[in-house]
Write a protein that binds this ligand. Structure first.
Ligand code: AMP
Ligand code: GLY
Length: 408
């Protein structure tokens, strides 16, 4: 099977390794990829916002499967263009990707599917906004309705800051604050069936102790020893299966990865958000633990064939830590030289924002590398991840030191 994977981050590097490890994958192409991915796959230049260019590349390479990594091409309808041209695609249609592309749409689908989430109001006028803020009170949760690259959500006790953010959005969802630990749990769907993956924990704030601004994610671990034993089953029954059924009933089946961001509240599981693609950096701890051959799995999902499939997992723990560039997330400094990468047993380095010059690996984005350690428990996995990341030098870069610290 020839596969084209679209994307260039740490998530795609982890997916590329997983796809490549499945012997049914005979050729792996990644576009645009990055220097780490180039070491294991053929990479091709690509502007990922250009649906026709994605389709032309798939045709030129005559691939059997296209896997779309990031949300932007999904929300732009890249999967529809590819399907219309006859390709098997792992990734939802434009209509189904609205689960990530519009918070208001996601709320409506949850309402119709009977899935529990924070109560909310969708507003466009200042008077509605103020009424919504005062209905729920502090802490205020204000979400830009559309895609905002991780910058759309403000959670604050400051009413003025909440109001300012709400007024800066064209349409805004204001919702009740949910308290309780947050987890990420993904489902792989062919549009009818959905296979829940294992849960992972993501660290969204930039600095230790959950201080600092929200980011795309600074680290993750899996499994979660503290989570209830039935968390996977419960999320399947209460969230993933009803959403997949509702999307199918609407005539817009969701084929791809349904990412559920959940709060485990005193009243039960509540959905914080959906994404329409693999999470980053959660993927960097899930794929190394997955035994089920990835290329075959994603092909089955893309071709409506997941009946009777069950996911198998290694009895191992994984911890990933992100190396971020100076100034991330506001204004990351790029172009810094990265020292030689260490080789440590059971520590895997995934490239995210890197570029290769004639003589050095350079930083090219906010999240530069993610380092995943695996081991028999989280402590061992964590030690390996930190041993590796502490040996990487990039001027001004930083990483959190508390990923999975209090997890076991
Ligand atoms: P999102 O982009 O929707 O994941 O939101 C970013 C972060 O804001 C989440 O990971 C939560 O930490 C926080 N957040 C979002 N919605 C809520 C909510 N209703 N209650 C509490 N925290 C929330
Ligand atoms: N780790 C959060 C995300 O992928 O959106």
């Amino acid at each position: 099977m020839k596969i084209l994977l679209v994307g260039s981050g740490g998530r795609e590097h982890a997916l590329a390794l997983g796809l490549k490890a499945d012997k049914s994958c005979t050729e792996l192409h990644v576009a645009p990829g990055n220097p780490g991915i180039a070491a294991i796959a053929d990479i091709h230049p690509l502007v990922i916002t250009d649906n026709d260019a994605i389709c032309a590349l798939a045709q030129q390479l005559s691939v059997d499967l296209v896997v779309i990594g990031p949300e932007v091409p999904l929300v732009n309808g890249a999967a529809d263009v590819l399907r219309a041209a006859g390709f098997a695609v792992f990734g939802p249609s434009k209509a189904a990707a609205q689960l990530e592309g519009s918070k208001d749409f996601a709320k409506k689908v949850m309402r119709d599917a009977g899935v529990a989430t924070a109560r909310s109001f969708t507003c466009t006028q200042q008077s509605e906004i103020e009424k919504a803020l005062d209905t729920f009170g502090a802490p205020y949760v204000v979400k830009d309705d559309g895609l905002a690259a991780g910058k759309g959500v403000v959670v604050t006790n400051d009413r003025q800051a909440a109001l300012d953010h709400a007024l800066s959005c064209t349409r805004v969802v204001i919702e009740e604050y949910l308290s309780g630990p947050e987890i990420s749990l993904f489902g792989i769907s062919d549009g009818r069936n959905v296979l829940p993956m294992q849960p992972a924990k993501d660290f969204k704030r930039a600095f230790d102790g959950d201080e600092g601004p929200n980011t795309g994610g600074m680290g993750a671990y899996s499994p979660l020893p503290w989570a209830p034993d039935d968390i996977v089953e419960e999320t399947y029954t209460e969230v993933l299966a009803p959403i997949i059924a509702e999307m199918a009933a609407r005539g817009t089946p969701f084929v791809g990865l349904l990412y559920a961001g959940l709060a485990l509240t005193d009243h039960g599981i509540r959905v914080i958000e959906f994404n329409a693609r693999f999470g980053d950096p959660e993927t960097q701890v899930l794929i190394p633990r997955l035994v089920t051959p990835l290329a075959t799995l994603l092909y089955k999902a893309a071709t409506d064939s997941l009946d009777d499939e069950v996911l198998q997992w290694r009895d191992e723990s994984a911890v990933t830590v992100v190396l971020a560039a100076q100034g991330y997330p506001e204004s990351p400094k790029i172009g810094g030289a990265i020292s030689a990468l260490p080789t440590i047993d059971k520590a895997q380095i995934f490239h995210a924002g890197t570029s290769q010059s004639a003589d050095a690996l350079l930083s090219a984005g906010g999240r530069v590398l993610t380092v995943t350690g695996t081991g028999s428990d989280l402590t061992e996995a964590r030690d390996r991840a930190y041993r590796a990341i502490s040996q990487i030098q990039l001027e001004g870069s930083f990483y959190r030191t508390d990923i999975a610290l209090n997890a076991s």
